[in-house]
Design a protein. Structure first.
Ligand code: UDP
Length: 236
């Protein structure tokens, strides 16, 4: 597989073309952003940790029958993924209240949500990723009713798989964000799954082990991501 020109640079990852139009290379950088890109810092080792973490999670999800864009890890900071047309919508599931839900509804952080909630946000930094509903997704043509139903089904399945996986490492999966795309007509999971896009708390102490450490200036950001990986059996 030959690495070609950079096609796109996001806030934490860059995409490069290859000699095969069906595959691109995803590079995990050390850039860490919060507040819709308004704050960006470099965190040593984060690209490597998130690439390895993502490879591990994507493999687990694939084994559980969830179609993903992940093909294989290529290097410490690069993975080969399938080319997709991204659906510009973020799917969020919450098991416990945190973050924007707490701010929006004034509920207590950590409140158990039964059943877990499903929310949609438009990917648009300039607008601050506004919350949208299922009608917006269809009416503006971001996804069809069938694609949306599949996104929702897969997001809840991911929640079921990962809740158990993190529970085995004595962690609570508080909430997470996933993004989907279309590859050869099929809805598949894209982007990444790492502590940058989910909330994970220690089950006993409720210590935050995810990107809230960066958002809230709690320190030990990458060290916490590594600890999460180690609790799942990963070595970095
Ligand atoms: N999230 C994300 N990217 C975003 C917004 C949210 O990965 O642009 C993740 C976030 O890390 C958390 C979940 O989605 O795990 C729910 O985030 P929330 O709506 O509470 O927003 P935030 O507190 O990040 O503003």
């Amino acid at each position: 597989m030959e690495k070609r020109e950079q096609l796109y640079a996001g806030k934490a990852k860059s995409i490069f073309g290859t000699d095969d139009p069906d595959h691109v290379i995803m590079l995990f950088r050390n850039d860490t952003s919060a507040f819709d890109g308004k704050r960006v810092e470099q965190l040593d080792r984060k690209g490597m940790v998130n690439n390895k973490f993502n490879a591990f999670i994507m493999t687990k999800l694939q084994e559980a029958g969830i179609p993903t864009h992940f093909v294989k890890q290529l290097s410490d900071t690069e993975s080969l993924v399938k080319t997709m047309k991204m659906i510009p919508v973020e799917c969020v599931v919450r098991n416990l209240a945190a973050g924007s839900l707490v701010r929006r509804l004034g509920v207590q952080e950590g409140l158990e949500l039964n059943p877990p909630t499903f929310e949609l946000f438009l990917k648009n930094d300039a607008l601050g990723d506004p919350m949208v509903n299922e009608y917006h997704v269809q009416s503006f043509g971001w996804a069809t009713a069938e694609q949306l139903a599949r996104m929702k089904e897969l997001t809840f399945k991911i929640n079921a798989v990962l809740k158990d996986l993190f529970a085995a490492g004595n962690m609570l999966l508080v909430d997470f964000k996933v993004e989907f795309g279309i590859h050869k007509g099929e809805v598949i999971l894209g982007d990444e799954f790492s502590p940058d896009g989910c909330r994970l708390w220690d089950k006993d102490t409720r210590e935050k082990l995810d990107k809230d450490r960066f958002r809230q200036n709690l320190g030990n950001v990458v060290e916490s991501y590594e600890l999460v990986g180690q609790r799942l059996g990963l070595t970095f």
